[in-house]
Design a protein around this ligand. Structure first.
Ligand SMILES: [Cu+2]
Length: 144
């Protein structure tokens, strides 16, 4: 009898273990919005973003923290992957989408998004910052 109870207990524990694993594996992505974001620090200065290209994993919730070091800059990124139909679905889902984030000198701007679709997303400076402004660009790559 005791053996039977022990056996049943092992089965119950195993079942609970499997159930917990399933819950964690499947509910995790859905709960990515509750603060478990990956923080990526970026600096903006004449005329580059360090360290571009920025690589992130598909499905990751990202907090991009961009600090403008030397001057006011901007950050503009198109949410559809390069080369895809520009009317297609957004591959980057921003918490508060903006055409141009203003990056004030000496301040850190946080841009939050979900990296939903694999691809390369080009970004650029959208605040005229000097002679090299037009060349101030970078790429965000969402990897599989
Ligand atoms: Cu600029």
């Amino acid at each position: 009898m005791r053996k039977f109870v022990a056996h049943a207990l092992v089965l119950v524990l195993a079942a609970v273990g499997v159930w917990l694993s399933v819950v964690f594996l499947y509910l995790r992505p859905a709960r990515a919005g509750d603060g478990s974001a990956q923080v990526i620090q970026v600096t903006a200065k004449k005329y580059e973003y360090s360290s571009a290209p920025i690589h992130v994993k598909r499905g990751a919730k990202i907090e991009l923290k961009i600090t403008a070091i030397d001057h006011d800059h901007g950050f503009s990124i198109f949410p559809v992957p390069d080369g895809a139909n520009s009317n297609g679905p957004a591959g980057l889902v921003f918490t508060s989408p903006q055409e141009c984030w203003q990056l004030k000198k000496g301040e850190t701007t946080t841009i939050e998004f979900l990296a939903q679709t694999v691809g390369t997303y080009s970004f650029k400076c959208c605040h005229v910052c000097g002679l090299g402004h037009r060349g101030m660009k970078g790429q965000l790559v969402v990897d599989q």
